[in-house]
Design a protein around this ligand. Structure first.
Ligand SMILES: Nc1ncnc2c1ncn2[C@@H]1O[C@H](COP(=O)(O)OP(=O)(O)OP(=O)(O)O)[C@@H](O)[C@H]1O
Ligand SMILES: [Mg+2]
Length: 224
């Protein structure tokens, strides 16, 4: 198996004034290129924390994260930000669309930021939104979209830079069955293109689509 992301002995503790919250406790994971990894677990078990550590949005308390052969602890913030833009596509739990930009602009933005020609970024954004049945919503602001539409726009945005790895946090949280199925088809087609998909979710339905499925419990991963 050719490995695209590795976690070794990851721990994560949030240090609050009154208590230390130990969330991850010796997480080890080796993600193969082209796999679809699904990590399931109940609310509060540390799924978002783990995904943020994998995507270098948050540092672990200890342990090592390697993304596409890069040890992320050896890189500074600017390098990590460039790496994320180039190699990773994030689908956040709470979509994080920019309120003052239209749906189309939100999706195109990571393309523009990575130096892509505006015309090709907008064209690709439109194609992606079309794929998710959003072609009639291109010029809407996020507040003018439903929860599921915002989520679909956020997924399109994650794909705009043709990332190596897609990191998705509860991607079907606001989707109905039809759009959940569509989303799973998209994830599976990405896998078939050799992309790697990592999903954290509480949904066992989504877990069915995984090539590797883990349970996150008491800060550790268990193969399901
Ligand atoms: N910044 C923080 N400071 C302190 N504790 C935090 C912080 N962020 C998260 N936590 C705690 O860490 C634990 C894991 O949180 P996390 O958001 O990773 O859970 P989750 O599995 O994604 O939950 P959900 O399914 O509800 O999204 C929770 O107990 C949460 O209260
Ligand atoms: Mg979460």
């Amino acid at each position: 198996m050719s490995s695209i992301l590795q976690l070794s002995n990851i721990t994560k503790t949030y240090f609050l004034k009154s208590e230390n919250v130990e969330v991850l406790n010796d997480v080890n994971l080796d993600v193969g290129k082209g796999h679809c990894v699904v990590i399931v677990g109940p609310s509060g078990c540390g799924k978002s924390t783990l995904l943020n550590v994998m995507g270098s949005l948050d540092g672990p308390t200890s342990g090592r994260v390697i993304v596409d052969n890069i040890d992320i602890s050896s890189r500074n913030d600017a390098e990590l930000s460039a790496m994320r833009n180039q190699k990773l596509g994030f689908v956040f739990q709470f979509h994080h669309l920019l309120a003052e930009f239209t749906c189309l602009e939100n999706v195109a933005l990571p393309g523009l930021l990575s130096g892509e020609q505006p015309k090709s970024s907008y064209e690709r954004a439109e194609q992606l939104l079309e794929k998710f049945g959003m072609v009639d919503k291109l010029n809407r602001l996020p507040e003018q979209l439903s929860g599921g539409e915002k989520q679909r726009a956020a997924i399109a945005r994650a794909l705009i830079n043709d990332p190596l790895i897609i990191l998705a946090d509860e991607p079907a949280g606001n989707l109905d069955e039809r759009n959940t199925n569509k989303l799973m088809e998209v994830f599976l087609s990405l896998k078939d293109e050799g992309k790697t998909v990592i999903i954290v979710t509480h949904s066992l339905d989504i877990a069915k689509a995984g090539t590797d499925v883990y349970d996150l419990r008491e800060g550790r991963l268990y193969v399901m």
